[in-house]
Design a protein around this ligand. Structure first.
Ligand SMILES: [Cu+2]
Length: 498
């Protein structure tokens, strides 16, 4: 056994070396990529087909069997979700999770979903893309009575389709509060070429004022962009082994479009919300636009080792808690705020009369996007983070640790030029000038093991990694994941089913 493993590792190591010096380009057909990867891969007797879909940071909805029927219990609930360190918001979701847990079934299954409404208002569930009986379409007042608080409704389906589908409340604002989830219909026979890893990523956006925990579902100035309900750097990376064939299913049940981009690899678009695309119609790319109410399945051979970015390419979607005025405010030191506010008030941290954020107490420069016409719209440049602002901010022990690591790493070299304050447009990304954004230790988890120190400063919004790890590193990370024994394991579906 150990001889065989050594042989395979050697063979694999050799192959990986060849690949590293001669990466596969887009001109290669997927079949050639597939056969090359197949030749390089060590054969794993424990591989199960089709691979279970992993919805990182969300997980699956379990089922029971009743006379051959797969029975799922889906419960709509009000809950809190931590989307980033120090940011927990009020959301609506299912069974303790927003997005809701992924439902996985197989073509040919008979499926029953017992929906229970624990919300303070009526709801129902729409099964997006299902070609089934209208009685189970989940249209409140159209195909069924709305399900009132405390009531149940039972949906039943004969699954004859295959692909990436989803469920959501058909009350628009409930959907925007987090009431959505994935519904994977595995094909009867696995798609070819067979994938070794299969991920589902929900794309969502929230608008939450700086001191609030409640998303404003009417506001389209989104300032928190999340992958599977987590903003970078809290989103859990996708862990794959060098040579794996990888599928990622992007699902967009939000209010904005997301061009999802992957570094270091060329993928093919192999499926939509309508199911599998015939291979002759796949086209290559490295960015796929996932429109509202769409799913896009992409596949590629992870043939290029490294911690590669996977992110939405809209610049505003690569930021957390962005604000048109905060950058300047933090650099004003002891000077007064544009509209006569303190720094905290100006950023929206209210300490005056509650309940009147637009009131005279706070003035026009309160919060993001509300500063129009106020003095805060002047075209002055910003100074670096003032000593007073640095002093005023409080830091946890973890943050202090991260700062110390980073300062050591950088030998305390300044990160902006000496004349920065006189350069038009400065600062743009100078929020990264200080160590404040670094939170490696606050988002520490096995999936992040071995990342470059300080990585978390540059991961925000809809950003995470696809970590293409050579066998030894891969085994190390997977072993740490398996031994972490976490109640909310971001990879629970992988370990439950393998
Ligand atoms: Cu986006």
């Amino acid at each position: 056994m150990s001889d065989r493993r050594t042989f395979l590792q050697r063979a694999f190591g050799l192959g990986a070396g060849l690949l590293a010096s001669r990466p596969v380009f887009a001109s290669d057909t997927s079949q050639r990529q597939a056969s090359r990867a197949e030749a390089l891969r060590p054969t794993d007797a424990h591989r199960r087909f089709p691979a279970p879909v992993i919805t990182t940071d969300v997980g699956d909805l379990p089922y029971t069997l009743d006379n051959g029927v797969k029975v799922f219990h889906l419960t709509a609930q009000v809950m809190k979700r931590q989307i980033a360190p120090d940011k927990t918001i009020d959301v609506w979701g299912f069974n303790g999770s927003a997005p809701g847990p992924t439902i996985q079934v197989t073509q040919g299954d008979r499926v029953r979903v017992v929906f229970e409404n624990q919300l303070p208002e009526p709801s129902s569930i729409h099964w997006h893309g299902f070609e089934d009986h209208i009685a189970f379409d989940g249209m409140p007042g159209i195909s069924q009575e709305p399900v009132r608080p405390g009531e149940r409704f039972v949906y039943e389906f004969n699954i004859h389709q295959e692909g990436t589908y989803f469920y959501h409340s058909h009350m628009a604002m409930q959907e925007m509060a987090g009431m959505l989830g994935g519904f994977i219909m595995h094909p009867r026979a696995p798609y070819t070429p067979v994938c070794d890893k299969d991920f589902l990523i929900h794309l969502q956006e929230y608008a939450v004022l700086p001191n609030s925990t409640i998303p404003n579902t009417m506001n389209m100035e989104f300032n928190w962009l999340v992958l599977n309900g987590k903003a970078g750097p809290a989103a859990t990376p996708l862990i794959v082994r060098l040579g794996d064939r990888v599928r990622i299913r992007f699902v967009n049940l939000g209010m904005d479009h997301h061009p999802m981009h992957i570094h270091g690899h060329t993928f093919h678009i192999t499926g939509t919300e309508g199911g599998r695309i015939p291979e002759s119609a796949w086209w290559p790319g490295n960015t796929v636009l996932v429109g509202v109410a769409q799913a896009r399945d992409i596949e590629f051979i992870a043939n290029n080792p490294g911690d590669w970015m996977l992110h939405c390419h809209l610049p505003h979607h690569m930021m957390n808690q962005m604000s048109s005025t905060v950058g300047r405010m933090t650099r004003m030191g002891d000077r007064t705020m544009p509209a006569g506010l303190s720094m905290n008030n100006g950023m929206g941290m209210l300490d005056g009369a509650p309940g009147a954020p637009m009131g005279e107490d706070y003035g026009p420069s309160l919060g993001r996007g509300m500063g129009f016409g106020s003095g805060s719209d002047s075209s002055t440049t910003n100074g670096p983070l003032s000593a007073a602002a640095m002093k005023a901010s409080t830091h946890s022990a973890d943050q202090m640790h991260d700062m110390a690591v980073m300062q050591k790493d950088n030998n305390q070299r300044p990160e902006i030029s000496h004349n920065a304050n006189s350069v038009p447009n400065f600062p743009q990304d100078a929020f990264m000038e200080g160590p404040m954004m670094m939170m490696d230790s606050r988002v520490e988890k096995p999936e992040n093991y071995g990342l470059r120190p300080g990585w978390s400063r540059f991961m925000q919004g809809m950003m995470t990694f696809i970590r293409v790890l050579p066998p030894e590193q891969y085994d190390e990370v997977i072993s740490r994941m398996k031994h972490a024994n976490r109640p909310d394991d971001p990879y629970s579906s992988l370990f439950l089913k393998s």
